[in-house]
Design a protein around this ligand. Sequence first.
Ligand code: ZN
Length: 306
Amino acid sequence: MKTLLFILLMLNMLDAKDYSHLPELKLNELSQTETRVIVNKGTERPFSGKYNKNTASGVYTCKRCDAPLYKSDAKFKSSCGWPSFDDEIKGAVKRVPDADGRRVEIVCARCDAHLGHVFKGEGYTPKNIRHCVNSISLNFEKENASSIKKAYFAGGCFWGVEYHFEKLDGVKSVDSGYMGGHIKNPTYRQVTRKKTGHLEVVEVVYNSNKVSYESLVKLFFEIHDPTQKNGQGPDIGSQYLSAIFTSNKKEKEIIYKLVGILNQKGLDIATKIHPLVPFYKAEDYHQDYYANKGKKPYCHSYKKLF
Ligand SMILES: [Zn+2]
């Protein structure tokens, strides 16, 4: 019986997602209480966790590495005092024998954060499985009901990036602007002098029912050279670096996946991933620059990569 259990555990481990192609994993800092559970495999007090009674729609992610672990559809009421799920997001959770020799521990497949334990045969739901997870090991991302979303890309001179995104079906509008610096409302002159730390960025407003975030990121990689480390084309300088500002973990996952594909094609991607910060729209004469001039970009052309 023990051997069978071991084999089943091994099979489950093989099924775990392969994250080896990803850029170096940045782990979130943990508080002392979080460390006690996530690193030292402790257990939070029953009925004390933030998500025990949460019934909102969304995705539960790993507190330490942001990997999506459970969807809210898999959550059920178990009255055990901890969030209970009868299924994980495929490959996101790894099962390992618990140190107590009896139970099966569950950890994040990407960063090994301790989540809790998994039990079988209790009859709570038709799947007959209960992932008993500490709330403190999780974050929760509520589903955004609106299909109109925004995405932010820095790929060199914003005129050219804006030009290409405006041609994509499902994109409602694109604005050129600045992000990532340390002053509010920077001017083009200030950004050009490279003293504010801003990047030239475009804000893409899109209908996610018509075009996916993944399609936007693919286009982004295909209209600039994401391997250039000092700027873009002839535009050299910190304001022209390649970067994506992300609003949530799902976006980050998509970028990681696509960067992985490009790495496998031998491309050393210089694109940085940043959390969302305020976007400052650039001066009017930078908006729709090529459309207004009736010209084509000097620095951005489409090259199929995916
Ligand atoms: Zn994790």
